[in-house]
Design a protein around this ligand. Structure first.
Ligand code: THU
Length: 124
């Protein structure tokens, strides 16, 4: 599936955002190697730091269905991923991360390009 096609699904998911505080709607769609997709939106909370970003919600939804990092191929996000989400994208080893820049153009990166030389749990 192309980045544009995945982003169109992310746009649809953004419509379900629960964002009464920022009023900033974000959607994300995880694509698996087997073709399945998991879509989600950002979910805010009155205790602001407890809100969940759309891409983390989509990954959590997939993980809760048994999906593991080796199963995922790509993710599309309607906005540039925040720093914390980049750590999640790294953990899940997405081959392609598509997101829409503020100017409307589409960016595509491998997860590691978005967080070079990132921290990993030391191997024991
Ligand atoms: N947001 C996301 O869903 N993903 C990001 O990577 C950036 C920020 C959400 C969090 C919050 O609900 C709203 O956008 C404004 O920050």
């Amino acid at each position: 599936m192309s980045g544009e096609e995945l982003l169109a699904q992310a746009d649809a998911a953004a419509a379900h955002a629960y964002a009464p505080y920022s009023e900033y709607q974000v959607g994300a769609v995880v694509l698996l190697h087997d073709g399945r997709v998991f879509a989600a939106a950002n979910v805010e909370n009155a205790a602001y730091p407890l809100g969940v970003c759309a891409e983390r919600a989509a990954i959590a939804k997939a993980a809760s269905e048994g999906v593991r990092p080796g199963d995922v191929e790509a993710i599309a996000i309607t906005a540039s991923p925040c720093g914390g989400c980049r750590q999640w994208l790294h953990e899940w080893r997405f081959e392609r991360v598509h997101f829409r820049r503020a100017d409307g153009t589409v960016a595509t990166y491998a997860a590691d390009e978005l967080l070079p030389e990132t921290w990993d749990l030391p191997q024991t």
